[in-house]
Design a protein around this ligand. Structure first.
Ligand SMILES: Nc1nc2c(ncn2[C@@H]2O[C@H](COP(=O)(O)OP(=O)(O)OP(=O)(O)O)[C@@H](O)[C@H]2O)c(=O)[nH]1
Ligand SMILES: [Mg+2]
Length: 99
């Protein structure tokens, strides 16, 4: 029996969501840069393992929106979370902030 599900990757800008999507799918499907707010819409990538398919959904970062584009990006991120079977929240390693 084939199994399939949606996994949304959400988190702050620059948390590494697109990097994780590319790694899980094994191909460069989403842009990765050192700049914040690179991903501006939902990007889907499919990982296959036997009869199972996992659709990973990369989302724009979550931040306090100021402009219209910001609001659309944050809405796209929350929309991705709402549609998913599982949500993965990426958080930057707090240890890396320590002196
Ligand atoms: N040290 C370290 N850097 C990482 C890791 N994952 C991603 N990066 C780097 O962090 C930066 C941001 O990565 P992205 O994958 O573009 O982050 P994002 O969450 O998709 O960012 P937005 O699309 O802007 O929300 C890039 O320079 C990556 O190379 C990690 O696990 N460790
Ligand atoms: Mg991204």
């Amino acid at each position: 029996m084939t199994k399939a599900g949606f996994v949304a990757l959400i988190g702050e800008p620059n948390a590494g969501k697109s990097t994780l999507l590319n790694r899980m799918v094994g191909a460069k499907v989403s842009i990765v840069t050192h700049k914040v707010q690179t991903t501006r819409a939902r990007i889907r990538g499919v990982a296959m393992e036997g009869d199972s398919q996992i659709v990973f959904v990369d989302t724009p970062g979550l931040f306090k929106p100021r402009r219209r584009l910001d609001r659309a990006m944050v809405a796209a991120a929350w929309g991705g979370a709402a549609d998913a079977d599982i949500i993965v929240l990426l958080i930057e390693n707090p240890m890396s902030c320590w002196p």
